[in-house]
Design a protein around this ligand. Structure first.
Ligand code: SF4
Length: 492
């Protein structure tokens, strides 16, 4: 998963960007289970970064609620302030550091108030976080959230509390996430944690540890429970969903696990996808993120077989040039990636494809940037997350390569791919004018209360005038107009 961090200045993504941005720095209200005694303390949690982090915040909220905490959406009112951090880019970390300064006022006014940092930046910096940011009392890594209530008790004695142990087993499988600020219609389900790839620019393997897949039965149970509670769309989340492999036989590891078949008791991603799709035909299923190296035709045939598996794939490219891909240690080359695009277009012809692109990677030449742009023209992405290369401490690239492309030059290259993508997504949307799509209504448009918004199977946002429908319902919408980011239509 190439964490999607948005920075207006250097990143560009169409329609859902607005939705996502509204989530950045999100505050949450949580119901404490009636059976649990209140401990008289309130927590406030704010999340940054990728969907995985937002899903983790839902697990953290559940752990704290079950430990007797109530929640608040006002940090000035909190006894425990938590920031779930992202470390994917330097500006993501700067954002967190700036945000932390905003809590000094609480520490001044509220005796005993504690500040804790969670997530990838906490794992990357560990104890150093306490030295660098004096306001921080608690540092917890992505695999240590169960220990949070105990760490709070420790910090209440005046000590600094840290747990950044990474685990090979932890999947929080049986913890029922508390849906935060949810629209009651769409939800994320994390199916695995960690990543075994070692892309040269990425911190995730160091901050989220080795890959481990969650028991498929707990995933099915969670999806069924969401459906029973009225949710009509689930997104299966993983850094690299295609390497999902679960077996009760714990002796089956590594290559043997990868090669073992369903008949031998191994559930792979295609099989899991099918099981979730079979829960109910009106439960939409999405997933993120795929990896070109591991995405099999099995997954594509399963998508083609079920209407309720959405026809949308997020397939990060990063670069369109084989030499740069090799330096990035992406383990596929330009031809392999092209083959995956061809397979999608052949097996799931109505699928939309989105991607992640990094420009300005170490020693990238102008011709190699062209290769990225010609691949964009070949794949015709409907959405793209585009970034300039940001060197991350401790990564393979930081150790081996010089970050030799000037910042201004990086930004020039980024603007080139942004311009190309803007043209492509407008063309893609224009081609949808006149077509009708089944849309799952997610809520009222933020721009006009007389309009609903929702998405079609291809993950495109569509707005249309309200009639008698309700959020959570499916409606046929005929597209009458568009912008480069949004389709505009009317219910038919
Ligand atoms: S190492 Fe590669 S595949 Fe894994 S999270 Fe990072 S970018 Fe994604």
């Amino acid at each position: 998963m190439e964490t999607k961090l948005y920075n207006n200045e250097i990143a560009f993504e169409l329609s859902t960007k607005k939705i996502e941005e509204e989530r950045q720095g999100e505050t949450l209200a949580v119901e404490r289970p009636a059976s649990v005694q209140s401990n008289g303390k309130k927590f406030y949690i704010e999340s940054y970064g990728c969907q995985m982090n937002f899903a983790d915040s839902e697990v953290v909220a559940s752990i704290l609620a079950n430990a007797g905490f109530d929640s608040t959406t006002q940090y000035t009112d909190a006894d425990l302030i938590l920031i779930n951090t992202c470390a994917i880019r330097d500006n993501a970390e700067q954002r967190v550091r700036n945000r932390l300064q905003g809590f000094n006022i609480v520490k001044k006014n509220k005796k005993g108030a504690l500040v804790g940092v969670l997530g990838c930046m906490a794992e990357r910096l560990k104890e150093k976080f306490l030295e660098e940011e004096k306001i921080v009392d608690i540092v917890v890594g992505p695999d240590a959230y169960r220990s949070l209530p105990a760490l709070v008790e420790e910090a209440e004695t005046g000590q600094k509390a840290v747990n950044v142990l990474l685990s090979r087993e932890e999947t929080y499988a049986e913890i029922n996430p508390v849906r935060l600020n949810s629209n009651g219609i769409t939800a994320f389900i994390s199916i695995m944690r960690g990543c075994d790839n070692m892309c040269a620019f990425c911190v995730v393997p160091f901050t989220r540890g080795r890959e481990r897949s969650r028991d498929y039965r707990s995933i099915i149970e969670e999806a069924q429970d969401l459906y029973n509670r009225g949710y009509r769309e689930v997104t299966l989340l993983g850094q690299n969903v295609d390497s999902y492999r679960f077996s009760d036989d714990k002796t089956l590891v590594g290559k043997r696990l990868v090669e073992a078949k369903y008949e031998e008791g191994v559930v792979n991603f295609a099989r899991l996808l099918e099981m979730v799709a079979q829960i109910a035909p009106d439960l939409r299923v999405r997933f993120s993120t795929s990896h070109p190296k591991d995405m099999t035709d099995d997954v594509l045939y399963t998508m083609a077989k079920y209407n309720n598996i959405c026809k949308y794939i997020h397939l990060p490219l990063q670069s369109g040039n084989s030499r740069v891909l090799e330096m990035m240690n992406r383990t596929y080359d330009r031809e392999w990636y092209k083959n995956r695009i061809d397979a999608i277009k052949q097996i799931v012809p109505d699928a939309a494809i989105s991607t992640d692109i990094i420009v300005g990677f170490c020693s990238e030449t102008e011709d190699e940037l062209r290769d990225t742009m010609t691949m964009m023209e070949y794949a015709k992405y409907t959405m793209a997350y585009m970034f300039i290369y940001s060197e991350r401490p401790g990564t393979l690239a930081a150790k081996k390569y010089k970050d030799d492309i000037a910042e201004e030059e990086k930004k020039r290259r980024l603007n080139e791919v942004i311009q190309l993508h803007r043209i492509q997504s407008l063309e893609s949307n224009k081609a949808d004018v006149g077509k009708a799509f089944e849309v799952l209504i997610e809520g009222t448009s933020a721009r006009d209360e007389n309009y609903f918004f929702g998405r079609n199977s291809q993950n495109k946002v569509i707005v249309f005038p309200k009639q008698s429908q309700q959020p959570g319902q499916y409606v046929q919408v005929k597209v009458t107009d568009c912008t480069s980011g949004t389709l505009i239509g009317e219910a038919v």
